[in-house]
Write a protein that binds this ligand. Structure first.
Ligand SMILES: C[S@@+](CC[C@H](N)C(=O)[O-])C[C@H]1O[C@@H](n2cnc3c(N)ncnc32)[C@H](O)[C@@H]1O
Length: 350
């Protein structure tokens, strides 16, 4: 990865991601990736909060909202068996609950010609406490315990996605970086463009004490492909509940089909076909018990547009209502995407 063996994502306009298994179209909202790029540091650290747990130093929320967040903390950062640090729910959560929001410590442009050198220079100008916090993050590429800034950025950088819009900016956030991966993640992140912060939302009901996980990859792939992508890019073997299932062929088959259908959503020109695919995908996501709602949201976007194009006034409002429910869970009430869905639901008088 560090020596450039990993392909760069094709972030053309809104829709394409490059996958280890080939190139598959996906909406920007689904490009839950941490691919490296070229870096431009746009933002540096605000205030810091330091706690100690299990003898290790943890540097928690930064930014003006730290005190508020600390007061209502819904999570803690702890050692998790076989995964290093992880994030644990301190309270039970409902789907759509905001777990935390945080201002990135570093942001960088993936399509800029700015070199790593530039990022390093910016990093050197940061206060030493901030540098220490950043360097405390995981580096999947450290050699003999020696971390590099580049390795940390590659391990932890995450897209500042604005749903349906192109995204060439990635961020490193201190707390978000502690979320481990699951192939059926119970949390998802959403970039809040207005407040320039990352927000983490629960995607399902979560019990106190449960580990909070996000998905590092598009999980609509069979187990073997997912495992390879995670190994190649983050150097670990996933043992989440989906990867540990003894009988996984039905799940593999469904996920393979999801990937194919999602690609077809983008390539198909026929509204009737897109509508059929959107419905089929929703069925598969339900069968596979996907907690993350971003996949459903994608199907709703296509389903709604296609129903409108076909003048199907029975189906369009159903997609609008489902789209709104999913968007509230993925992005919260104030996100532009959610507002668009609210308008759509209102337009149908429901
Ligand atoms: C972004 S960091 C996540 C937080 C990290 N565990 C830490 O201690 O800071 C990514 C790294 O966490 C570990 N990791 C993430 N998800 C994992 C999982 N499901 N199983 C095992 N290790 C995992 C891997 O070492 C990976 O390179």
């Amino acid at each position: 990865m560090i020596d450039g063996t990993v392909k760069q994502p094709l972030l053309s306009a809104t829709t394409r991601c490059n996958f280890a298994s080939g190139v598959r179209p996906a909406p920007a909202v689904l490009c839950k990736r941490r691919w490296p790029g070229s870096w431009h540091v746009a933002l540096t650290a605000p205030g810091l909060l330091v706690t100690r747990r299990s003898g290790r130093k943890h540097l928690l929320s930064a930014g003006p909202r730290a005190t508020e967040l600390e007061e209502e903390r819904r999570y803690c950062i702890e050692e998790v068996d076989g995964k290093g640090l992880g994030v644990i729910a301190k309270l039970s959560l409902e789907a759509g609950d905001l777990v935390f929001a945080e201002t990135p410590q570093l942001t960088f442009e993936t399509d800029s010609s700015q070199s790593m050198q530039k990022v390093k220079e910016e990093f050197q100008r940061m206060p030493s406490a901030v540098k220490e916090e950043i360097m405390s993050l995981e580096d999947a590429w450290s050699s003999r315990g020696r971390k590099t800034l580049r390795g940390i950025i590659e391990t932890n950088g995450i897209e500042c996605e604005t749903t349906g819009r192109s995204c060439n900016t990635k961020a490193v956030c201190l707390n978000l970086s502690r979320l481990n991966h699951s192939c059926n993640a119970n949390c998802d992140y959403s970039w809040n463009e207005r407040d320039q912060q990352m927000e983490i939302y629960a995607q399902t009901a979560i019990s106190e004490g449960e580990e909070l996980c996000i998905s590092y990859i598009d999980i609509r792939e069979p187990r073997q492909v997912r495992q390879q992508m995670l190994q190649d890019n983050w150097q670990f073997r996933c043992s989440c509940s989906k990867c540990s299932m003894r009988l996984h062929s039905a799940s593999d088959k469904r996920r393979l089909r999801m990937g194919e259908l999602s690609a077809l959503l983008y390539s198909s020109r026929s509204s009737a076909r897109k509508l059929r695919i959107a419905k089929k995908l929703l069925k598969l996501y339900k069968e596979e018990d996907f907690a993350m709602k971003s996949y459903k949201l994608e199907a709703c976007q296509f389903g709604y547009d296609s129903a409108l194009e076909l003048g199907d006034i029975d189906t369009a409002p159903r997609f609008a209502r489902l789209g709104l429910r999913c968007s509230l869970i993925c992005h919260g009430r104030n996100h532009d995407t959610t507002k668009e869905w609210m308008d759509a639901v209102q337009a149908w008088g429901s």
